[in-house]
Design a protein. Structure first.
Length: 261
């Protein structure tokens, strides 16, 4: 039941631990935290939930959902990636003759798990050849960190994995220096609110892992109030999206085309 007339934060089911933490932080700020679409309709609404549900309900709720461009990693210099990365099609990737890390660029596809594939023949045959994929060189991360970024500044963050295994912990202070390098290099290619994953390579040095939508990101050990700042900007009323962020609104025609060849 809707108990208020102010701004709503819709936590679309299923409720995750991150959703619960964000709901508590939002309630302290005076938001009406709701769990059903009907409670949010006709109101100034922010969203936290999955992309498939967001695509189905976004217009109905008037949401402007920010997400980084599919080809973001391909625009970064090698020094920030530590590996080659290209955006291509699943059909082209099926011709790979060597191991590569292959993943969908944004929303997860159950039939295409993000993983190292020994060669292109191991990729699923059931998916359309035109499906966009990111193909990366294989690297090993000793530790991986999630950063919630607002207006080019890290508002909250957490370690989330060690050698590929979940292991949430507070941020390593050294992350911030590398994050500044990345955010300066990618300033024009990122929305004002974004979730940026970076890692410390097993062989030494740092590299960008990927960028994601804050409104569908687990906060791990990050401070919920800072995460909420980023989520609210990334998934609020479309009418309030600033001009700079319009190209990053999910579902806009400005999304980059898949690179060929």
């Amino acid at each position: 039941m809707n108990h208020g007339t102010g701004t709503a934060l819709l936590l679309h089911p299923p409720r995750t631990s991150t959703a619960e933490l964000l709901g508590q932080a939002a309630a302290w700020r005076g938001y009406d935290v709701v769990g059903h679409t009907a409670e949010a309709e006709g109101r100034r609404t922010h969203w936290y939930g999955g992309p498939l549900a967001a695509d189905r309900l976004g217009d109905r709720l008037g949401l402007g959902l920010l997400e980084p461009a599919d080809d973001l990693l391909t625009t970064l210099p090698y020094a920030l990636l530590g590996r080659s990365v290209r955006l291509t099609t699943l059909g082209e990737a099926r011709s790979l003759a060597e191991p590569a890390f292959v993943k969908p660029p944004s929303a997860k596809i159950d039939a295409l798990p993000a993983a190292v594939y020994e060669d292109g023949s191991r990729l699923p045959a059931s998916l359309d050849a035109a499906t966009p994929v990111l193909v990366s060189g294989v690297v090993e991360f000793a530790a991986e960190y999630r950063l919630f970024v607002l207006d080019g500044e890290v508002r909250a963050g957490s370690r989330y994995a060690v050698y590929g295994r979940p292991d949430p912990a507070p941020l390593d202070a050294r992350v911030h220096g590398f994050a500044r390098e990345v955010l300066e290099a990618a300033a024009e290619g990122l929305p004002s609110a974004v979730c940026l994953d970076v890692g410390r390579l097993a062989g030494g040095g740092w590299a960008v892992v990927e960028a994601n939508m804050p409104w569908f990101a687990h906060c791990y050990a990050a401070e919920p109030d800072g995460v909420l700042d980023v989520v609210l900007r990334s998934a609020g009323p479309r009418a309030e999206v600033g001009d700079r962020d319009l190209p990053f609104v999910r579902g806009t025609s400005g999304s980059p085309a898949v690179a060929r060849g």
